[in-house]
Design a protein around this ligand. Structure first.
Ligand code: ATP
Ligand code: MG
Length: 445
């Protein structure tokens, strides 16, 4: 087994070895190298303790990242590498992190504390692959399996439950039977994990390759971190546009959308209020009037509790609030949406709406075409620098002050002018806008 490693990585390993220490790349980068994926970064594990690492790299810039945990960051040609001493974890009493970290002289000790077999491999150009837990076999079988006994490992650190789902989605793997069983059984331990750590894994899960399988097979686990989805699971929509229950539809919408974290987060929660809005008509068809507003409100609560950043929460709520608009490819409609939402959120909304419609009956695909046409229309509007914002108007606040407007009335009249221009009732020309504003002023006096 020979992996071709980047030169900077080889340099770090060579320097440690030249000084008599063992050194391997370890964890995610070995997994990704074996899968032919480009690793996000290369972590290095070594028999040297942090003081020794610092001494060996005295001619390089070294940062004390987590000395107590055995990690120093070494910069080689501007690239940073975390170099961590072989470790053995002490007892876990808080289900989050070990009570103590013990340095070890054995690579196998270090690999034994890692979460999954596919993440518990190390590689060194001279020694080849170290794979004491069968990670390579699991990569081949496309399985996520705990190192050691799953219940014990999830009991030590419940975040591993979310990580198992996240890797399954990212890689398109299945959980090994024992690992899956333990995930279902131990799921409630996730309540003890910090919201920040959960939401980071959730975002990665959503943006993975196969989120549908994970979100549906492990909906009970997702419901521990987002109890608000529980009413959606198996909730029949009684509606001819839908062939899925609310949660399966949401999971399908996530999976059939672009892998953008804002789009997918919004889609996971876009119908979360539906079970509370069902009204059946005389023929027994389900309708969900106002579900987009209620879903946006519930989503805001969920995301605040999961400690997502405020701008992400606001964006998700906005995308959910607008997801149910009827797609119409008309320049006026598109211009108005661009004006109301801003460019960036407009295009995200279109992706949300495409994901949503791809997860309905096949005849809804027609709407996807309309949404794509709206995207092209928006590109044209932007390309032509058409007027969609107050600052695009051929007049400004000073002009309105000169006409006699003051205070709040200045902003109000500019809003009126913008609307008229967007709706093509007025051209965006200075004289026409001033004339209109002057006439309005005389009327309002
Ligand atoms: P990614 O490519 O997304 O960064 P990764 O496998 O590198 O995936 P990290 O969170 O960067 O994941 O962790 C690096 C390595 O540390 C993992 O591959 C795994 O060996 C180990 N690890 C991380 N978190 C845990 C955990 N909670 N329990 C046990 N081992 C862990
Ligand atoms: Mg990593």
């Amino acid at each position: 087994m020979v992996l071709s490693l980047p030169q900077n990585v080889k340099t770090v390993i060579e320097i440690l070895e030249k000084n008599g220490y063992e050194a391997y790349i370890v964890g995610g980068c070995v997994r990704d190298e074996l899968l032919g994926r480009t690793p996000k970064d290369y972590d290095i594990t070594t028999s040297a303790i942090p003081e020794q690492v610092k001494k060996v790299f005295r001619d390089y810039k070294v940062i004390d990242t987590g000395i107590r945990h055995g990690t120093v960051t070494v910069l080689v040609n501007g690239e940073s590498f975390e170099v961590t001493t072989y470790r053995k974890d002490g007892a876990y009493s808080d289900r989050r992190r070990p009570d103590s970290v013990i340095f070890s002289s054995s690579l196998t000790d270090d690999l034994s504390r890692r979460d999954f077999t596919i993440n518990a491999m190390a590689y060194n150009p001279r020694e080849g692959l170290a794979d004491p837990y069968g990670g390579q076999g699991d990569l081949f079988r496309r399985k996520i399996s705990c190192v050691g006994e799953p219940q014990k490992r999830f009991g030590e650190d419940a975040l591993r439950i979310m990580r198992a789902l996240r890797f399954a989605s990212e890689l398109g793997f299945k959980l090994d039977d024992g690992t899956a069983e333990a995930v279902h059984y131990m799921k409630d331990l996730l309540k003890e994990i910090s919201a920040e750590r959960i939401s980071k894994e959730l975002s990665l899960l959503l943006c993975g390759k196969e989120p549908f399988e994970v979100l549906t097979e492990f909906s009970d686990v997702i419901a521990v971190i987002v109890p608000e989805i529980a009413p959606c699971i198996d909730f029949d929509q009684h509606n001819r546009y839908h062939m899925y229950d609310v949660w399966t539809h949401s999971a399908a919408a996530v999976a059939r959308s672009v892998p953008d974290p804002d789009v997918r987060l919004a889609l996971m929660l876009h119908d979360i209020g539906k079970p509370f809005c069902l009204k059946k008509d005389d023929e027994g068809n389900g309708h969900f009037y106002g579900h987009e507003k209620l879903s946006a409100d519930i989503a805001e609560n969920v995301l605040r509790r999961l400690r997502f950043p405020t701008d992400k929460i606001e964006r998700a709520a906005k995308l959910i609030r607008y997801h149910y608009i009827t797609p119409v490819d008309d320049e006026k409609v598109v211009r108005r949406l661009l004006s109301t939402l801003g460019d960036e959120d407009f295009f995200l909304l279109m992706e949300v709406m495409k994901g949503d419609n791809r997860a309905k009956q096949s005849f809804c695909y027609e709407r996807v075409r309309v949404i794509e046409a709206m995207q092209a229309t928006a590109q044209k509007i932007i390309g032509e620098n058409q007027c969609i914002k107050i600052s695009d108007l051929a007049v400004d606040g000073n002009d309105m002050l000169e006409l006699g407007y003051s205070g709040k009335a200045v902003g109000d009249i500019l809003d009126v002018l913008l609307e008229a221009v967007i709706d093509e009732k007025l051209p965006n020309e200075r004289e026409a806008l001033l004339r209109f504003a002057r006439e309005r002023f005389n009327v309002s006096e």
